[in-house]
Write a protein that binds this ligand. Sequence first.
Ligand SMILES: Cc1ncc(COP(=O)(O)O)c(C=O)c1O
Length: 404
Amino acid sequence: MRLKDTGLTAQDIKDKAKKYIIETYERFDFVAETAKDMYMYGTDGEAYLDFYAGIAVNSAGNCNEKVVKAVQEQCRDLMQTFNYPYTIPQALLAEKVCTTIGMDKIFYQNSGAEANEAMIKMARKYGVEKYGPHRYNIVTAKMSFHGRTFGAMSATGQPDNACQIGFGDMTPGFTYAEYNDLESFRAAVTDNTIAIMVEPVQGEGGVHPATKEFLVGLRQLCDEKGMLLLLDEVQTGWCRTGAVMSYMNYGIKPDIVSMAKALGGGMPIGAICATAEVAKAFSMGSHGTTFGGHPVCCAAALAQINELLDKNCAANAKEMGDYFCAKLETLPHVKEVRHQGLFIGVEFDDTVSGVAVKHGCFDRKLLITAIGEHIIRMVPPLILTRQDCDKAFRIIEDTVKALI
Ligand SMILES: Cc1ncc(COP(=O)(O)O)c(C=O)c1O
């Protein structure tokens, strides 16, 4: 939709949004109208360099041509069917995902939280059916983030976060251990534990990549105790971290992996992939969804994956991530720069507010996000170039210098 076709002004749009939308977000103060590759454009035609990509979604570039074409063609041919007939995009995407990441089976969902619900449900059912009625507990990490539905919220190890406060009791069956601390996880495991669930890089927790020792150690611990390793790759999946899936950086494989965000290239789709043995836990009627596996979203995802692989986005994420982060290290008042590929967190010392940096960058037409008090997070499209990195760096540097 274009503003000129509505007869309204940008202010009208903001006013209507403020009046009618239940607001849980701090908005950037502009009306986004179009986007292309590394840029988002406001209604006055102003260009914003996009270093958040819909939060790690538009990895092959905003409104990627091939993704847009796939969506348009699929809308023309077939939209919603429920999961009664077979559909072409569903089957082709299933094969592409499973063969690309070395998993056996896929189940489609609509979002990251829903994918994690499916992952939790599958692991619990596997445990109860294989070992008995009490073996359904899952150990997750403190400071994790797994989404905002009740199972995903309960898996999230952040009791003091607004995403959990005020909602009453969480779902039972979860205990929490220290991230990157193998002994803490080992100590949290009981006879009733069926799985360990972690993000390979804790994103909302401040961008903390798992150490190799930790993730490989968790895999070994799971094997030793007959438990499943569940990886939440909702944010890390599909080339962001310098490998197609982050677990490939560690030389391990999970029993179930969840994904969403970048998978759909801007269309809402989530999924889990599992080994054939674990996937058997979902039998006829045990799980389902009206929109999961939507033909339009599957067609978009297939185009998106082909783009990410054809353009070698994982290698670019690694190269540009290293290049950009070396520059970010030189910013004033930086405490630590943490990254895996183009999943980047910059933590400043106590004198610099992450939110203030975000606002200052917005004023200079760069879009980034902030986490906690002193951290900025950047998850740009994976097609970015050195020139994009240089431009973003100059803006962040100017912003930080102006703040201190
Ligand atoms: C690691 C992780 N898991 C799950 C989610 C939830 O995904 P969604 O917002 O698509 O429900 C997010 C969202 O940021 C995430 O980063």
